[in-house]
Design a protein around this ligand. Sequence first.
Ligand code: ATP
Length: 332
Amino acid sequence: MRKIALLTSGGDAPGMNACIRAVVLTALHYNIEVYGYQHGYHGLIGQEYRRLRAKDVLNIIQRGGTILRSARCHEFKTEEGAQTAAKNLNALGIEALLVIGGDGSFRGAQHLSNYWDGQIIGLPGTIDNDIAGTDATIGYYTAIETAMDSIDKVRDTADAFERIFLVEVMGRHAGFIGLNAAVASAADQVLLPELFKDSENTVTDILAHIEGVKARRGDSSYIIVVTENLWPGGVTGLAEELNSRSGIECRPVILGHVQRGGSPVAQDRLLATRLGAHAVEIARSGATGIMVGEHHHQVVTVPFAQTWAERKALDPYLITIMESLFDLLQRP
Ligand code: ATP
């Protein structure tokens, strides 16, 4: 194998740089040239690339974001877009393309394989952890840490004024960040898409829980973690609903894009390094159409189609613990 290419696509995630570094250094170890495409699939269509050498990946393991930049590219979804990308990869003599991104990026990789004969390997890079076939995705651990840290800070001010806060965390349509950050920060309630039933019962349950907690510990702070896209109007809408139903003042806080940024925690750097190195190893063995992930601390490979075929489940034991803790909080 002589030449491989690499790109980052979709939402950026802390640890993408660590993964780029591992890919580049492992490839160079085998005397393989590495080309980095800028701006995801957009750069592939525009032939926007640069050669990556060891010096390009110095001092990046600790940096959030991605040195290759990322983008969302609608043109790539078309037949013409993928054909242009294939032509460009062939013109550069690329034998394997490594894609770091989420499930959308893997769908893109599958789409490209209809027009390009080279090998394509995916690396799971998204804070949402919503990719089946891998226990964790690159960036997920850092996002939990950031959300937990932010909720701790909200708790400080909530405590001082004995206030109720609704904290919205990212996750697109998955509750991984919400569940883990809520348990780790001892939130009083959490609303997750996987456990959500209906709006009416949810409001009634929240108000009953607040009353129960109040009866037990008097006026105190109360934190509800809510996954984005769950409530119409987000946490602002839910705060208004609770307010109008009970007269209790609730303050919404949207953590937003801070959850995507920051220096990756050690777990993300290690995951990114293991997966990045392994992706090059399996590219050398001729593999294609697969994502490299991790399951039970072992590196695994999963066909692209399986990464989005089923909804990845939250840890049921963590849900049980969380529910019993919430229950205990309000018991007399
Ligand atoms: P994240 O979940 O962190 O946002 P993602 O990889 O899922 O990451 P998307 O915006 O869904 O982010 O996808 C990234 C890019 O992949 C899209 O902009 C598009 O170029 C390509 N892509 C997504 N879905 C498809 C598809 N069905 N066919 C072809 N290309 C696709």
